[in-house]
Design a protein around this ligand. Structure first.
Ligand code: PLP
Length: 487
């Protein structure tokens, strides 16, 4: 810990804190927001927070507020202040992992419900699919196993799925990736330069926002309400942004679960075309239609220049770490070239497993649809019983409810308190492009009904705790605060 510690600037810190003006006490809200930002990795361990004076100015609050917030963080073991070194971020004694969730693959904590991840367990039949894939593997063993574009039969199956959805596609338009996020990273490295403007949804999928931020993109927020996109406003945002790229999730958007209509797609696609903006369409959740029936056409059917990112993570299983990109003529080669410096393609076996699973069911099975629907019903019923002042819009699909919280229950404080009750949550600000969203909480419905109900009971206890707390910061009792990586 020294003056060489990286510094988190006052403006960035203020953005991470967001608007705390309505919270009481304000210092507590500032401390909680920073604590969660440390836990989920947005503020790196060992970095230096701005001085109290700088943060006071950036937040527009009183100096006492910032002093008391920093005091709370010091008491909680999140900050060490040394003369000459400023206030350096650390973790409380006994925190084995920082910001871990199940995505870090650590052994599950006993009696902890992890709702940081909007992904379900593997469906029935994965073991059998692996067995069939192993049987098919010898055909590939005579080659080197470097298939830059992916296993040809899988590319064909993926192309066939697009064609069946109304978007004629050949295997030459498809490249297999190690999941959708890898696809987003690949497109980012190929198309986004430092300082480039990129349109993104707000709220949006945190890991994608992080990929773009790390590439130095300037993010332009396109608001998505719980009911979906205000298309006229979105068109205006696209026009004024004149960005190189727009990353959109029109199918059961994460976190709102909103679905963009065909008409919305058409109008937004036209606006992007006029603005010279390449649409990058993330379809990771497209299969999680809980009603069935016809879906809007793929966005790329309205935008022939679009690059589409897909994944097996939600339709089949996240553990396959397999996804793909669909890019129009000739673009695939360019994208693959930009990947070569970091990644030479995903493993053959998992591609064969996905091929087997897709042959059995190209998308989500009826059984799985029923499970997710059942989980959502349990969540909705438990919220009505235990937290009736939490509101949400129930859409046609997706894996989470985007919940609006009452004013006295800021999401960040609720997430901090929930840890004490064995519940890991991703607070609203984690989904924000420029801070804020502390009145919102994403609740994934991905666990069996009983566990969903138990989670809400824990959430209600956490809410009680938040409402009864008086400016105290709870010591970290759990070894791992949730939400560093979010699915
Ligand atoms: C919108 C969105 N994009 C990408 C991902 C990551 O997908 P993958 O597991 O295929 O990398 C997720 C996972 O939750 C997601 O919701």
């Amino acid at each position: 810990m020294s003056d060489t510690s990286p510094v988190v600037g006052a403006q960035r810190t203020a953005r991470l804190v967001g608007d705390v003006s309505a919270s009481r006490p304000v210092y507590r809200a500032v401390a909680d927001a920073l604590r969660v930002a440390v836990a989920d990795g947005r503020v790196p361990l060992g970095s230096r927070l701005p001085s109290e004076r700088e943060l006071t100015t950036a937040l527009g609050v009183s100096r006492t507020t910032v002093s008391r917030a920093y005091d709370l963080l010091r008491e909680g073991g999140y900050l060490v202040s040394r003369r000459g070194s400023g206030s350096v971020v650390t973790l409380p004694e006994g925190s084995r992992h920082r910001g871990t969730s199940s995505l870090f693959g650590s052994e599950p904590l006993e009696d902890v419900i992890d709702l940081t991840c909007a992904a379900t367990r593997a469906p029935v039949g994965v073991v059998e699919a692996y067995e069939r894939a192993v049987a098919a593997l010898p055909r590939y063993l005579t080659g080197a196993g470097y298939l830059a574009l992916g296993v040809p039969e899988l590319r064909e199956a993926i192309a066939g799925r697009y064609t069946a959805r109304g978007l004629p596609t050949g295997p030459e338009d498809v490249v297999v990736t190690s999941g959708a996020l890898a696809g987003i990273s690949l497109v980012t490295s190929a198309l986004v330069g430092h300082g480039d403007r990129v349109v993104v949804e707000n709220p949006g999928y945190p890991n994608t926002l992080d990929v773009l931020r790390r590439a130095g993109a300037r993010l332009v927020a396109l608001p998505v309400d719980p009911e979906g996109w205000d298309v006229a406003e979105s068109v205006a945002t696209v026009r004024s942004a004149a960005a190189g790229v727009a990353v959109l999730v029109p199918d059961f958007q994460n976190p709102t679960a909103a679905l963009l209509s065909d008409e919305g797609r058409e109008r937004l696609a036209a606006a992007l075309r006029r603005a010279g903006t390449t649409p990058v369409i993330d379809e990771t959740i497209v299969e999680i239609d809980l009603e069935g029936g016809s879906m809007p056409l793929p966005f790329a059917a309205h935008a022939p220049g679009a690059i589409t990112v897909g994944s097996a993570s939600k339709s089949h299983w996240g553990g396959l770490r397999t996804g793909w990109l669909r890019a129009p003529n000739g673009r695939v080669a360019h994208l693959v070239e930009s990947r070569a410096s970091s990644n030479l393609g995903p493993p053959v076996l998992e591609q064969l497993v996905l091929l087997e699973l897709m042959r059995a069911a190209p998308g989500i099975t009826e059984g799985r649809r029923a499970d997710v629907r059942g989980a959502r019903s349990s969540l909705v019923a438990a919220l009505a019983e235990h937290l009736p002042d939490v509101s949400f819009t129930l859409g046609r699909g997706g894996l989470s409810l985007w919940c609006q919280l009452p004013a006295d229950l800021p999401s960040t404080r609720l997430a901090v308190a929930a840890e004490d009750h064995g519940l890991l949550l991703a607070a609203g600000p984690r989904f924000a492009v420029d801070g804020g969203l502390d009145r919102w909480l994403r609740l994934p419905h991905v666990l069996p009904g009983g566990a969903m109900a138990d989670a809400v009971v824990r959430l209600a206890r956490a809410a009680e705790q938040v409402r009864s707390e008086r400016g105290r910061i709870a010591p970290a009792r759990r070894s791992r605060p949730g939400g560093a990586l979010i699915a």
